[in-house]
Design a protein around this ligand. Structure first.
Ligand code: GLA
Length: 378
């Protein structure tokens, strides 16, 4: 197995198989004889550090991009039932897009604590900590400079994986302990994006890692996700207050707009949920990596199935997208409900809710999280 460490701005091309596999273009994406391969190319520079985009292609022609700024996914190119290819991931043309103020975490890795901590305040072993506030007096997605806004170390593993590493300092954004985080993205040969997270700390801390990819399975053909059909295997969800902090209740979805146990068109009940969907579903799963949700675009036939080890899923219907982001792919205006996220996670504000599964990580323990975004055609 070859391993490459990337540094500097020079163009580096990585192919573990053969050079020809590196020079694919759209035409060979229509054949089934592509070879698994990774291409790395410069994607700009931030704070004096080079950013690289890794494009992974599998034998079916499916392609994903990952950058080491924020560990963000940059593209997910999948096939529709009419055999055409399209990018189902919202994103930007360049690094400038990702670094703009108000980038709503497109494609990024989220940490140290995904979603919200009430007033950023939590207590560990009798000591009160204050995470940076960045959202209506609450702490959202790790604070002012979360894992989505840092440059990760990156290297390729074989011909289908990119490994990202980040060391978060003791006290960073108000979290105790030096946290060493590793995330491995793999494009599988059956069109899955596997994300494997591990972390360890030298002081007891809280941790909740996820990925914040936004999907529109029409690949730009429809400006909203109203017609997407969603299924979430969950009998309960965690309701929130007016600043989107869980009230601590765990309510049944049955008979409410939150019920996605049977596949349901997202637009059907969207107007009945104040502000739109932006909630944590308590997954019915028991243990291990299990299927928890799927979403289908009936028009293109694209299906995204989500597998995870996590107990919760944040389904967010892109309520705050308002068409103002710049440097977007092909200049697309990402409007309200233009895309959705399915963020696999522990529950928001768990450190302040004793009845929620624990998010405490102690020295000597290893945090793990695995999620697969699996693509298919129906
Ligand atoms: C998560 C949150 C939302 C919103 C988005 C980013 O999904 O739950 O409220 O903050 O991230 O815009």
């Amino acid at each position: 197995m070859k391993k490459y460490l990337f540094s500097g701005l020079s163009l580096m091309v990585v192919c573990s198989i053969m050079q020809t596999a590196c020079s694919f273009n759209n035409s060979n994406k229509n054949s089934m004889d592509s070879t698994h391969a990774i291409i790395a190319k410069p994607f700009g520079e931030i704070e004096g550090k080079p950013v690289t985009e890794f494009t992974i292609t599998n034998k079916n022609g499916m392609q994903i991009g990952v950058i080491n700024y924020g560990g963000a996914l940059t593209k997910i190119i999948t096939q529709a039932k009419d055999s055409t290819w399209g990018d189902v991931l919202t994103g930007y043309e360049s690094l400038k897009g990702f670094t703009q103020t108000g980038n709503p975490y497109f494609g990024a890795l989220i940490g140290r604590y995904a979603n919200r901590l009430a007033k950023g305040t939590y207590t560990i072993d009798g000591v009160e900590y204050h995470a940076a506030l960045n959202n209506n007096g609450q702490s959202l997605h790790g604070g002012l400079k979360g894992f989505d806004k840092v440059v990760w170390d990156a290297k390729t593993i074989g011909d289908s994986s990119v490994q990202l590493n980040y060391s978060s300092k003791d006290g960073e954004e108000g979290y105790p302990g030096t946290l060493k985080v590793q995330v491995v993205y793999t494009l599988t040969s059956n069109n899955g994006i596997k994300m494997e997270y591990t972390a360890s700390t030298d002081k007891t801390t809280v941790i909740n890692l996820t990925n914040h990819a936004y999907f529109n399975l029409t690949a730009g053909k429809d400006s909203t996700i109203h017609n997407h059909v969603l299924q979430i295997h969950a009998d309960q969800y965690t309701p929130v207050n007016d600043v989107l902090i869980p009230t601590g209740q765990m309510l049944a979805v049955k008979g409410t707009p939150m019920d996605f146990n049977q596949p349901k068109r997202i637009g059907d009940d969207l107007d009945k949920v104040q502000g739109g969907y932006d909630h944590n579903w308590i997954l019915n799963k028991t243990e291990g990596l299990q299927e928890v949700a799927n979403v289908t675009d009936p028009e293109s036939g694209r299906v995204l199935t989500v597998f995870t080890t996590e107990p919760g899923l944040q389904f967010y219907s892109g309520n705050f997208l308002d068409g103002t982001l710049t440097d977007t792919k092909k200049g697309i205006k990402y409007i309200k409900h233009g895309a959705l996220t399915l963020e696999t996670q522990h529950f928001p504000d768990a450190p302040n809710q004793p009845s929620f599964p624990s998010t405490i990580l102690k020295p000597g323990e290893v945090y793990t999280q695995s999620t697969i975004y699996q693509f298919s055609i129906q």
